[in-house]
Design a protein around this ligand. Structure first.
Ligand code: ZN
Length: 345
C-alpha cells in the first residue's frame, strides 16, 4: 500500500481578475447533461404539467409522462396509450410551477430527451443562465451574503467559459455536466433565499480577460496557495491565462475550525499501488507492478508537479499538478507521499 498524506487540499489555480459587467439584458442559455453515457436510462417518468414536442408529434400532458426508448424511436405516453415522437423530444412546463420533475429532482427550463448510440436516453436540461445558477450556488459553497455574491460571479463566469469554449464536453451535445467536473447542479431543490438574492444582486456580472469570460477555476479550499497555470495544466499558454497564477490564500486555514469541514484543509488517504497502476493503465500508461513513486518536481506552493512511477513493465512520467492528483486518485497534489509497503503486500 502506498500512503498519501495531504497537508493541504487544492487542485487548480484560482482566478484573480477584475469584475466586469456583462450584458445583463441578454438572456444567456446553457444546456446541462443530467443523464448520459453509462448513467442514461432506458425509460424515464417526467411529472408536472407540460407540453412535449418531438420531431414527429407534439401534445400536452398533465401529471406524468413516460418517455421510453422503442428501437430507434422514442415513445411517450402513459403505458398502453403511447405516441411515437421520433428520435428526440423536448418537454416544457406549462403549469403554475415553472418546472418539471424527473427522478426526484425538479428542473426549470426544458428537458431534451434524445436517443444516444447505445439506445439509452440522454437527458439534457436547457435553461437560462441565471436559473441554472440558482441550482448550482448552494451546492458549491456555504457563505454569508457577500461570499455568495463572489461565488455567483465565479459560477456564472465559469459556466459561460465552458459553454463558449466547447472543449470540455465536445461531442456530448450539451455545454456542462451536472457534476463536480463542471459545477454541481441539482435544479430547483438547491435554491435557497440567500443564494438567490446573491444571484439577483450580481445579475449579468462576469469576470473577463481580453474581453471574454475567463476560466474562473475555483477551489473548495486552495490549501493556502494557488499555483501558476502551467504547473497545474502543462501546455497552457501563459499569456491566455495570466490571471491563473501563484497567490497566497491564508483564509483556507479557517476550515480547520469548522466542525465537519477540517478535511477540506488537511486530509490523509491511502491507495494501493495496484490501484495506481490500474488508474495509469486506464489513462494509457502501462507500468505493471509499481515498485516506487518518485517526486521529481514540486510547484511554488508545494504541489507535486512531476511524478515518476517505477514499475516492473516500465516507467511513467506524470506531468502537471492536476494530472498527478488524478492519477493518484487524491483530491489534490498538494501532498506528502510515502509508500508503506511495495508490491501490494
Ligand atoms: Zn463536466
Amino acid at each position: 500500500m502506498s500512503f498519501v498524506r495531504g497537508l493541504l487540499l487544492s487542485l487548480a489555480a484560482a482566478a484573480a481578475g477584475a469584475v466586469a459587467f456583462g450584458d445583463a439584458g441578454r438572456d444567456e442559455m446553457v444546456s446541462v447533461g443530467l443523464y448520459f453515457g453509462d448513467t442514461a436510462p432506458r425509460s424515464v417518468m417526467v411529472t408536472g404539467q407540460g407540453r412535449f414536442q418531438g420531431s414527429q408529434s407534439s401534445g400536452n400532458f398533465e401529471g406524468g409522462l413516460r418517455v421510453r426508448a422503442n428501437g430507434d424511436k422514442l415513445a411517450v405516453g402513459r403505458f398502453a396509450d403511447e405516441t411515437e415522437v421520433g428520435c428526440w423530444v423536448e418537454l416544457y412546463p406549462v403549469g403554475i410551477n415553472p418546472w418539471l420533475e424527473l427522478a426526484g429532482y425538479a428542473y426549470r427550463g426544458r428537458l431534451r430527451i434524445a436517443l444516444q448510440s447505445d439506445g439509452a436516453l440522454k437527458i439534457i436540461n436547457i435553461l437560462g443562465l441565471e436559473d441554472y445558477l440558482r441550482g448550482v450556488l448552494a451546492n458549491e459553497m456555504f457563505a454569508d451574503p457577500e461570499g455568495f455574491k463572489v461565488q455567483a460571479v465565479a459560477c456564472r463566469t465559469l459556466a459561460l467559459y465552458v459553454r463558449d469554449d466547447q472543449r470540455r464536453h465536445a461531442g456530448d451535445g450539451f455545454d456542462l455536466c451536472a457534476e463536480g467536473h463542471c459545477q454541481v447542479y441539482h435544479g430547483v431543490d438547491s435554491e435557497i433565499p440567500l443564494s438567490d438574492q446573491a444571484i439577483r444582486a450580481t445579475r449579468g456580472e462576469v469576470l473577463t480577460f481580453k474581453g471574454r469570460p475567463l476560466l474562473a477555476a475555483y477551489h473548495a479550499n486552495a490549501g493556502g496557495a494557488t499555483d501558476e497555470v502551467e504547473d497545474v495544466w502543462p501546455g497552457s499558454i501563459k499569456q491566455d491565462f495570466a490571471y491563473l497564477s501563484h497567490v497566497q490564500s491564508p483564509f483556507d486555514r479557517s476550515a480547520e475550525k469548522l466542525p465537519g469541514y477540517q478535511w477540506c484543509y488537511q486530509w490523509q488517504r491511502q491507495i494501493s499501488l495496484h490501484e495506481v497502476s490500474d488508474r495509469l493503465a486506464a489513462r494509457g500508461q502501462q507500468v505493471g507492478e509499481i515498485g516506487d513513486l518518485i517526486v521529481r518536481r514540486k510547484t511554488k506552493s508545494g504541489r507535486v508537479r512531476e511524478l515518476e512511477v517505477v514499475g516492473t513493465k516500465g516507467r511513467a512520467h506524470v506531468a502537471g499538478a492536476a494530472r498527478v492528483a488524478d492519477v493518484l486518485g487524491m483530491p489534490s497534489s498538494k501532498l506528502e507521499l510515502s509508500i508503506l509497503e511495495a508490491n501490494g503486500h
